[in-house]
Design a protein around this ligand. Sequence first.
Ligand code: NDP
Length: 449
Amino acid sequence: MSEMQQYVEDVLALVKRRDPDQKEFQDVVKEVLTSILPVLEKNPKYKANKILERIVEPERIVQFRVPWTDDKGEIHVNRGFRVQANSAIGPYKGGLRFHPSVNLSILKFLAFEQVFKNSLTTLPIGGGKGGSDFDPKGKSDAEVMRFCQSFMTELRRHIGSMVDTPAGDIGVGGREIGYLFGQYKRLQNEFDAAVLTGKGISYGGSLARTEATGYGLLYFTKAMVEAAGDTLQGKTVVVSGSGNVAIYAIEKAQEFGAKVVTCSDSNGYVYDPEGIDLALVKQIKEVERGRIKEYAERRPSATYTEGCRGVWSVKCDIAFPCATQGEINLDEAKTLIANGCKVLAEGANMPSTLEAIDYYLESKILFGPAKAANAGGVAVSALEMSQNSERLHWTFEEVDERLKGIMNTIFQNAKKRAEEYGVPGNLVAGANIHAFLHVADTMIAHGLV
Ligand code: NDP
């Protein structure tokens, strides 16, 4: 074992020893640190400056109590968190997630991932993530509002447009951002628009933010597929999820001439061999806040299957996991590839297990890892902040053009770094290396802080 391999092993052991229960966090640290080994071997300064030990330790973590009352007057108490992982290249930025599965391991994994993703966007944003184990599902608007107000009453002490600028994530959409922003504005007595992104268009939101992650995923995939001499035209596509990312990934995939045949929610998936009717999905999920099962009830060509994981058994050329972490394991990866899948790009954060990712790389399919392929959302969030600072609104086309440019740059940089460091075609390593160099060199420039 080389000195640098030993260094990586030692840091991984340290992470495990400190937080033995944080499996998601350990996995993402392992993925990143093992893939940047070629950089460490070439540049002993990162070990000398203890960059790995520093980068795996969030700069700050805040955990707080969130009491609120439901419509019947009953009191509930949830947990709120904000993980401020790294501010070397800009104020912390990353989403808030409201979901019963939220815990510190998941938020630390997401915040760590966010540091690298934000670095890839080329924009001046550090990494963070936060949220709560509150479940907005089945709650009335008034309950969600009271929860958001209580959450923000504490969170506001720790954020600000030059400090930390949260955005949405699972369970936090336009409605929640509106309530959070309203409470922030009231308590701070200032209209600091750039403190939160994903805002409504009427109070500082950016056009194309809603579409950004899904569209960005497709811009990235198009660049990746075209670099390999192919196109998206006529390809059969499997998508999981039916939330924000999935919907706009489907929209752009269809625009590029591909045929999307599935989408899902946490209960099950629909298969529509005639191609997903996106207007119907939007009606069910965005307007009625219903279940995907209803799609099959209203569309004769579609079938519904209980259990969301079966979606990976549907034959396809391209797969876009857009639901949640850990949704593709090794067996599911093997099924996809055995059925002819040649391209997989991640819309969700860490949807593939480490074993599944190793299998994609071994099988030499075109693989776009989450932190590169889904960076479009945070990129447009940063563009939202730019517009807030300018007190201007850009047109949809202007934002979309910039998004396209950013996603192409992310692909090109990851590809170039992979070649430079002797692992051509491995965009996991390429993206991690490119992002790491930017953050680590800036950390060294700032001295020991
Ligand atoms: P939404 O809440 O809008 O949608 C999530 C979708 O995934 C829903 O269809 C949901 O179904 C489904 N889902 C949730 N949990 C599970 C599960 N355990 N198994 C199967 N399906 C599940 O979230 P987004 O679309 O915004 O986010 C999806 C993913 O993309 C997340 O990993 C998020 O971190 C990531 N991401 C989002 C960005 C954004 O801009 N929104 C940016 C970058 C990454 P149900 O309705 O049943 O819960």
